[in-house]
Design a binder for this molecule. Sequence first.
Ligand code: ATP
Ligand code: LTN
Length: 334
Amino acid sequence: MAENRKRILSGIQPSGALTLGNYVGALRNWVELSKDENYEAYFMLADMHTITVRQDPKEFRKNAMDLLALFMASGLDPKRSPIFFQSHVPAHAMLGWVLVCNTYMGELSRMTQYKDKAQKHAANLNAGLFTYPSLMAADILLYQADLVPVGQDQSQHLEITRDLANRFNNAYSPTFKVPEAYIPKVGARIMSLQDPTQKMSKSDPNENGYILLLDPIDKIVKKIKRAVTDSGSEIRRGEGKEGIENLMSIYSAVTNKSMDNIEAEFEGMGYGDFKSAVAEAVVETVRPIQERYAELIKNKDYLKQVYKSGAETAGRTAMKTVSKVYRKIGFIEP
Ligand code: ATP
Ligand code: LTN
């Protein structure tokens, strides 16, 4: 039975504190998918991707351990699905290089995340920032993943991963599974609470724009109450209603109520009441995660055991692919 289960692989960078956007767009769906008997899932802390932007080593280590604890606090079970650091599994760098050599400059220059980050990090415009999608493709193809659960902003990287898989399969012989993105219907793109035309992002200089999973509860409530809306009064979707619609998708994501049902539930009610309901629902989601996190982060030995055993399992799976690839491209067997 283990053999015909579908594979899942996904990752998040330990580049800072996790936002509600990361949770709703990615992590929460990982938890759901990983409980499904039909899937075999691997979850990665993409620390090699994180150094495309210069990190303070001390802060980087803290962010990495925090993210590991948050993965588990959100409900990922390391006994079921290996959780590992990318830098602990050498296969990522090994296949990464091969794929860099199979990626065209032209396709990398079209990546919107690159164009964005190149602007933001003009002082450190390193080659890693540019070749990031090739390494991400390696992360996925190493595990022969069928499905990659991510938020909307990663769909372009999934497309290039599919292109690279097909390119290699055609140039040599069928080697890689061509993966599909799994992008949730609700919550794939949570917007800033201060500017609903921008993605909610942990690198936003205005902290009122994002909610962190580890924000104190009263701060979360305040941020939601301060969220920009519009001068109208109706709780519904539509032109000029981007702020309200964003709060509706947050509410929908954490309660599983449909957008239609939310419009019906709040008919005739004002923004104040609606924001209170959103805040309450978000707090209800976040509070148990914070409680579990507080316990887990104290237990460094357990966390270490989790990431060590995760890397062993992941490494075994990943090396099988690397060996195949090395053989096919003509490297002499060691
Ligand atoms: P940064 O803001 O520093 O670029 P980020 O917050 O976008 O980082 P990532 O580590 O790049 O975080 O993303 C991790 C996962 O969270 C990805 O699957 C991504 O698609 C998803 N994600 C990020 N932001 C959002 C958002 N606002 N809404 C929904 N999903 C999101
Ligand atoms: N680029 C992704 C993080 C990431 C990833 C992956 C996601 C790195 N490798 C493999 C899915 C599969 C991001 O969210 N910024």
